[in-house]
Design a protein around this ligand. Structure first.
Ligand code: SAM
Length: 266
């Protein structure tokens, strides 16, 4: 008859100082359990980064823009806009955090005299939106996958022969928790970059349904030489964003503001 493994006195996995007499908890079992746990943690982490980065599968609701994966600046060459737009000299509207990209799509279709650029951190959404551009053969619309807080300056400095006249920041992720607020899109650095590259007649439109985010954005713009202009409704077009439609359906208050450079407004 096969001999049963001799029960050993061994340390517990969770509380190593505790000595166990259980016949089933052998050193080998503990090693196996540790390995399984490590393997599943590894797989979990891999899946986490994969979903943030992948071009297929489930679309994550939020990503953390501060993770190392999103710190790599975009690779872009000078004059990229001459290659993607048929007429690069048209004024440019940039949508920061374009989400699914519906707003850009509809804006580009309704305003052929403008070029439109959507910037988004979720690559899956960018790939899908770029497919729409191809299918509809739009020559005034493009999307870039990037972390705006890392790559906006690089994109703007390489944009040639055109004026960025409109920048939209629509329903940026609120990141309510205090310890998550550093993930917010509107930072001093972002506003300073916009100030540097916008022409004097350029405008930035901000809308959100989160009062706290609205006032935080106002503070950032006003501290960095922008002047706030009153704004009750959508300023440039009647096209809502996907998040805006959601808020309107739930009758949520939407806070809106337009900012222009102080030198211009004075
Ligand atoms: C709440 S959604 C709003 C989407 C769209 N603007 C709308 O109004 O429906 C905010 C979007 O900004 C994107 N986003 C957040 N932080 C970003 C960053 N640092 N760089 C690029 N996109 C970012 C998110 O992935 C998300 O799609």
């Amino acid at each position: 008859m096969k001999q049963l493994a001799k029960p050993t006195k061994t340390s517990c996995f969770l509380f190593p100082r505790m000595k166990l007499h259980c016949p089933f908890v052998t050193n080998h079992n503990i090693w196996k359990r540790n390995k399984l746990l490590n393997d599943s943690l590894y797989m979990y982490r891999r899946r986490y980064y994969f979903l943030q980065a992948s071009t297929s599968g489930k679309v994550r609701q939020h990503v953390n823009p501060l993770t190392p994966y999103f710190q790599k600046p975009i690779t872009i060459h000078r004059g990229w806009n001459k290659q993607v737009y048929r007429d690069a000299t048209k004024p440019l509207l940039i949508d920061l955090g374009s989400g699914k990209g519906w707003f850009c799509l509809r804006y580009a279709e309704a305003h052929p005299d403008w070029n439109v650029l959507g910037l988004e951190i979720r690559e899956v959404l960018v790939q899908r939106a770029l497919n729409w551009v191809q299918q509809r053969q739009l020559t005034n619309l493009h999307y870039l996958f990037c972390n705006i807080n890392v790559s906006l300056e690089r994109i703007l400095e390489n944009t040639v022969d055109c004026k960025v006249l409109r920048v939209a920041i629509q329903f940026p992720d609120p990141h309510f928790k205090r310890r998550h607020q550093k993930r917010r899109l509107v930072t001093d650095e972002l506003v300073q970059t916009l100030y540097k590259y916008l022409p004097s007649e350029g405008q930035v439109f901000v809308q959100t349904d989160v009062e706290q985010v609205y006032y935080a954005a106002i503070e950032k713009f006003q501290n960095n030489n922008f002047l706030m202009l009153p704004c009750d409704s959508r300023p440039w077009t009647n096209i809502p964003t996907e998040r805006e439609i959601c808020c309107e359906n739930k009758a949520r208050t939407i806070y809106r503001a337009i900012f222009c450079k102080k030198s211009n407004a004075a």
